[in-house]
Design a binder for this molecule. Structure first.
Ligand SMILES: Cc1ncc(C[n+]2csc(CCOP(=O)(O)OP(=O)(O)O)c2C)c(N)n1
Length: 630
């Protein structure tokens, strides 16, 4: 590989030279259908799972036959065929995903372990801590391997952590920890083999430190100047391949001739694989294909209620109802969130669910949004569905990376759907201050690969939640806390869904169009009910991503005047995108500039007077007048 890199025949490379015994020993010790989540230094995992060289080279070159259609580089890919889930660059998030895979195996009673790699540097990330803790609390059969190779990029261990051994860290999590010689393949193999055997019967996580050394730079271009030469000498003498060869020769299991033959055979396999990949081209860019692959293909079939039975429900009851019926419909659906089990969640949406569906499927989580969102992806990898409740939408920041970089991108990168709905109790008006009131839909709106729904009515709350849970793509489901107990509607008792991506004209008029969603729908209705001289269309977007361009075009054409209203702060909000799109595509139908009205560009204040001033409600009327007077 080094020669090929120097000849510019393969792309950027993170060498595992000096650490081969860990990757290979670990992989051979597990069953072929047990998932491994490797890092950037673990080529030996891929080769030990007998992945065809031509496809590996194609992946590294970004050619057509690679695992990501040229979309991602190096080891950043997964393949369910080989039970490997490669990393995203962020290192630590792998651990939460491993938890999810292990959880699925445990729920399905498969008696399988999952193994995830970490570098010693990567263990400083919160993601590592969260995932190890979750695995400990949930007794998940995960082997957390830490390859302690002395450096994280250029930073020596002494500047990364203070523990003498990673096995000591395990004590703090209440789990078993072991430290082994990672350069001795037999020790690696025996340790993992016996641990896995035990864990299959008695699921519990274990942390295994493999002491080893990185003999090359972080990547080839970065060199090893900062590494004291005596360390390289010392560890060079412990090279895992040389020592194992010597051992096998001493034991008279092989001889020099055998080694030469084997090296020749492997060299030929590599060269043949490379020859195939070199003959391939980079994928021809096809914009439609690129856009289509951001989502797993799914054709929604809208379900109508089977009977005419109806009951008056509050917004919160509709969410509970939709969730409850979806749990009955999908026995592979798992709910995860803080305090959602016996306590029923802080808003009591899942009250009574444990009694009906059991603790395995209605899971209280430790306070660790990132590991749980990662686990949700892990469940999808094992063909399960997940709903993750954020206690408040504000706390999603703790799991932001998993949503933006894992849930949103995995299908596009290697074809794995993320069948996850994240419920987001959102919004202000409850005097809850800057960290329990935010509207943060715009953060996600900007991320390709996600879908976003935001119901404003009781009927939509149930139908959109059921629809989101059916779709194998990752959703953010925004539920306004102020609507929970303030609105009621008679809605069908039966299960039903609503078309995703479809806006709803909730009031018809002719002078202007108010395009809005969530609480904005209620504000607009209230203002118009008091001002009968204003004739306006009110369009409730309902789905924010992908939003209904057709319905927007139709109302703009009809009235020629547009007010975009949202609770979220104005700058860079969803209104900004809508406004830009309308001026680009409907310019000739406009009789006035598009006006936006949203929250002040400040955090959300606590005192009711300040909060009222923050919210756009009291500015709507003057904006309507401004628009009509233009
Ligand atoms: C969240 C995050 N921060 C920084 C980086 C840049 N980075 C890539 S690898 C690396 C060092 C990792 O060290 P370690 O986990 O010990 O693994 P090793 O490379 O030694 O095998 C760093 C800092 C990253 N990929 N992700």
């Amino acid at each position: 590989m080094l020669i090929l890199l120097r000849q510019n025949k393969i792309s950027k490379w993170f060498s595992g030279i000096g650490q081969e015994a860990v990757s290979v020993g670990v992989t051979l010790a597990l069953a072929d259908d047990e998932y491994i989540l490797p890092m950037h230094r673990n080529l030996g995992v891929f080769t030990s799972r007998n992945m065809p060289f031509e496809r590996l080279f194609a992946q590294w070159q970004g050619t057509t036959n690679g695992y990501t259609k040229g979309r991602d580089r190096s080891f950043h890919f997964g393949t369910n065929e080989h039970h490997i889930v490669g990393m995203i660059s962020h290192l630590g998030p792998q651990n939460g995903v491993a938890d999810g895979i292990a959880l699925a195996s445990k729920l399905k009673n498969e008696k399988k372990v999952t193994l995830v790699f970490n570098g010693d540097g990567g263990t400083s990330e919160g993601d590592f801590h969260e995932a190890v803790n979750v695995a400990a609390v949930w007794d998940l059969p995960v082997i957390f391997v830490v390859e302690n190779n002395g450096y994280g990029l250029s930073t020596p261990s002494s500047e990364q952590f203070r523990c003498a051994s990673f096995a000591d860290k395990a004590i703090g999590y209440g789990m078993e920890g072991i430290s082994i010689d990672g350069n001795n393949i037999l020790e690696v193999y025996d340790t993992i083999h016996s641990l896995a055997k035990k864990m299959r019967m008695n699921p519990k996580p274990v942390l295994v430190e493999c002491r080893t050394f990185r003999m090359r730079g972080h990547e080839e271009a970065s060199g090893t100047k900062y590494v004291p030469p005596q360390l390289l000498d010392e560890w060079g003498k412990k090279d895992p391949i040389n020592t194992y060869e010597k051992f096998l020769i001493n034991e008279k299991i092989i001889d020099e001739g055998y080694i030469g033959g084997l090296r020749g055979k492997i060299k030929k396999e590599i060269e043949d694989g490379l020859a195939v990949a070199v003959g391939e081209t980079h994928p021809a860019a096809d914009t439609n294909a690129e856009l289509a692959d951001i989502y797993a293909s799914f054709t929604q079939r809208v379900t109508e209620p089977t009977s005419s039975a109806k009951t008056e429900k509050r917004f919160i009851d509709a969410i509970r109802d939709g969730l409850h019926q979806s749990m009955s419909k999908f026995d592979n659906l798992v709910l995860m969130g803080q305090d959602i089990a016996e306590y029923g969640g802080v808003f009591k949406i899942t009250e009574g669910f444990v009694e009906k569906f059991g603790k395995e499927r209605v899971r209280n989580t430790p306070i660790c949004e990132s590991a749980i969102l990662g686990a949700a992806l892990g469940l999808s990898i094992k063909d399960m569905k997940a709903m993750v409740e954020m206690q408040f939408a504000d706390f999603v920041t703790e799991g932001f990376n998993q949503i933006i970089n894992n849930l949103a991108k995995t299908h596009w990168r290697w074809g794995q759907p993320a069948d996850v709905v994240v419920r987001m109790p959102t919004g202000a008006g409850t005097a809850a201050g800057p960290f329990h009131s935010q509207s943060n839909e715009a953060w996600f709106f900007h991320t390709p690969g996600l879908k976003i729904v935001y119901p404003s009515t009781v009927y939509d709350a149930k139908g959109l939640l059921c629809a989101a849970l059916e779709d194998p793509n990752p959703y953010l489901y925004f539920e306004h806390k102020l609507l929970y107990r303030s609105i009621k509607e008679v809605i069908p008792d039966d299960y039903y869904t609503i078309e995703i991506g479809k806006a709803k004209l909730v009031k018809e008029g002719s002078d202007l169009s108010i395009i809005t969603y969530g609480m904005g729908v209620h504000w607009a209705l209230e203002i118009l009910s008091m001002q009968e001289d204003i004739s306006a269309d009110i369009l409730d977007l309902r789905t924010l991503l992908p939003w209904d361009k057709e319905a927007v075009t139709e109302t703009v054409r009809k009235t020629g005047r547009v007010l975009i209203l949202h609770e979220d702060t104005l700058t860079g909000g969803i209104g900004a995108e809508l406004s830009a799109w309308i001026s680009e595509h409907c310019f000739e139908h406009l009789d006035a500039p598009i006006i936006r009205v949203g929250g002040l560009d400040t955090p959300i204040p606590f005192a009711p007077t300040l909060e009222r001033n923050f919210l756009p409600k009291e500015r709507i009327r003057s904006k309507i007048e401004e628009l009509l007077a233009y």
